[in-house]
Design a protein around this ligand. Structure first.
Ligand SMILES: Nc1ncnc2c1ncn2[C@@H]1O[C@H](COP(=O)(O)OP(=O)(O)OP(=O)(O)O)[C@@H](O)[C@H]1O
Ligand SMILES: [Mg+2]
Length: 141
């Protein structure tokens, strides 16, 4: 997966709740336009939205890259942020470190990562505490 393989690329700003969720909307329109079946689009959409919102809620900033290779959609999100100290714990339903401020925006149920896992075919999380996190999700048609 090289940088130039990104069909669509988005910048994500931490803490920007109001203008967030853009990438999933644009990716949805793109997949619709090329005739991808609705149930597949739905999976990509849910997982992409959760991945984007995790940058908004937990990191400083990041980028989201959307690519298609053969029959596989790949979403890669890289952020600069605190990283995830215990990924197994973070993957558990209901686990959240979201601040009061983030909860007031309607996030922090601890369901994002479980939803990403459920809706993707492959979920890879590379993270380094104090540096940031990379999430790679694959969806096969
Ligand atoms: N990109 C990230 N950077 C740092 N920590 C993260 C990141 N993504 C997830 N986490 C950690 O993993 C926890 C669980 O993430 P998850 O998306 O499941 O829940 P949430 O974001 O807290 O709430 P929800 O997604 O339901 O609004 C987060 O509370 C946070 O501690
Ligand atoms: Mg989340």
């Amino acid at each position: 997966m090289k940088e130039e393989d990104c069909l669509l690329k988005f910048e994500i700003q931490g803490g920007e709740f109001l203008d967030s969720g853009e990438s999933s909307v644009v990716i949805k329109d793109y997949l619709k336009k090329i005739g991808i079946p609705h149930p597949f689009i739905r999976r990509v959409l849910i997982a992409t939205y959760e991945a984007e919102m995790n940058v908004v809620a937990h990191a400083e900033r990041g980028t989201l890259c959307f690519m298609i290779a053969e029959k596989t959609v790949v979403i890669r999100v890289q952020d600069k942020g605190p990283g995830i100290p215990d990924v197994d714990l973070a993957m558990q339903k209901g686990y959240s470190t979201a601040t009061q401020e983030v909860r007031q925006m309607g996030f922090g149920a601890g369901m994002g990562l479980p939803n990403m896992k459920q809706n993707s075919d492959t979920l890879i999380i590379n993270t380094e505490v104090g540096t940031g996190t990379e999430v790679i999700m694959e969806f096969t048609l």
